[in-house]
Ligand binder design. Structure first.
Ligand SMILES: NC(=O)c1ccc[n+]([C@@H]2O[C@H](COP(=O)([O-])OP(=O)(O)OC[C@H]3O[C@@H](n4cnc5c(N)ncnc54)[C@H](OP(=O)(O)O)[C@@H]3O)[C@@H](O)[C@H]2O)c1
Length: 308
């Protein structure tokens, strides 16, 4: 495993995402966590809304059962999505009241006194950046959260928060060989092509300039949870290239996907949601593989995209 620094925290480049553990038993969750920990994963990603709180609850019990000292892992969770009891999204909420209440709930469910990194989950267009700054300051002063970040934010949205003194250390964005909006526009600046559209508003370059770590979510999904990119029938050329590289690096095609993400200098980490101990073990190999520049581009092109 390789590590990166998130402020003063040493965090694994492969992160275990816990969005899919809600329908797993405690024993199943502990098994995949053990495999992850043994492979060097020391960071876990959650959210208050995953499984309506069940994911944090299961994780909180599992990490206690496994007796992992609190200082030995980096715990990241999120707030800011407002859902009803049935799980329907009602809106986004970055009010101070919502942020503070959400953190209280997360701390209880996670069985911990503090969260290492709190991310704002989806941009709230009604946000008052001063209010977000005040909420974060209170959480920091009270020792409840050590550092802050965002998800799914453009450069200007991050800049808006920065203007009120909010220090952002990470931005979690969807990125995979089949979800490349973050780089497509950079290849096609000033052209009359769909790929030129800035879907993420210079987010990638902004993060690099400001030292904000990008974390890739859903490395194996295409679209918005439409299915897996490892589907050979749907993506034959991509999978042929993944298999070719997997043979060279003596790993699985899935590990190559993560290695491709981590080869990009803006991406410090990738967050995978596998609940299979075998998959987790194989995927962690990715952190030790450095694809060549030619391999990175050839995988990009194997998805059918064109370079100008
Ligand atoms: N910030 C945000 O807005 C946001 C949004 C979505 C997700 N996230 C975070 O990102 C994490 C990952 O999301 P995700 O679960 O959609 O990501 P993912 O890692 O792309 O998908 C995991 C799914 O792919 C399946 N899969 C099939 N073959 C696999 C293989 N060889 N290796 C690994 N997985 C394989 C897994 O099944 P098995 O379990 O059988 O392996 C699992 O169902 C979440 O847990 C969450 O923490 C953040």
């Amino acid at each position: 495993m390789k590590y990166c620094m998130l402020k003063d925290m040493r965090a694994s480049r492969v992160v275990m995402g816990c969005m899919r553990i809600a329908d797993k038993t405690l024993a199943q969750t502990e098994k995949v966590m053990i495999e992850a920990l043994q492979a060097g994963v020391n960071m876990f990603d959650l959210a208050d809304v995953y499984g309506a709180g069940d994911c944090e609850r299961i994780f909180g019990v599992a990490i206690r059962d496994l007796e992992i000292p609190r200082k030995d892992y980096v715990l990241q969770t999120k707030c800011g999505i407002h859902k009803d009891a049935e799980g329907k999204i009602l809106g986004f909420d970055f009010s101070k009241e919502h942020i503070l209440a959400s953190v209280e709930g997360s701390l209880k469910r996670l069985n911990t006194d503090y969260i290492d990194i709190l991310l704002l989950h989806r941009p709230d267009t009604l946000m008052d950046p001063d209010e977000v700054a005040a909420a974060f300051e209170k959480l920091r002063e009270d020792g409840k959260v050590r550092a802050f970040g965002v998800c799914n934010m453009s450069a200007m949205q991050m800049q808006l928060l920065k203007g009120s003194g909010v220090e952002i250390i990470a931005n979690q964005m969807q990125f995979s060989p089949m979800h490349t909006a973050l780089v497509d526009s950079g290849f096609n600046v000033n052209m009359y092509k769909d790929e030129s559209t800035m879907r993420a508003g210079d987010c990638l370059e902004y993060c690099r300039l400001r030292g904000i770590s990008l974390q890739a979510w859903s490395p194996f999904q295409y679209g918005f949870f439409e299915g897996s990119i490892l589907d050979k029938e749907k993506f034959p050329a991509l999978n042929a290239e993944l298999e070719h590289l997997a043979e060279k690096y003596d790993c699985t095609p899935a590990a190559i996907v993560l290695a491709w993400i981590l080869r990009h200098p803006a991406f410090a980490q990738t967050v995978t949601g596998t609940t299979s101990p075998e998959h987790m073990k194989e995927l962690c190999r990715a952190a030790d593989i450095t694809l060549t520049r030619e391999e990175w581009y050839s995988l990009y092109l194997s998805t059918g995209k064109k370079l100008p």
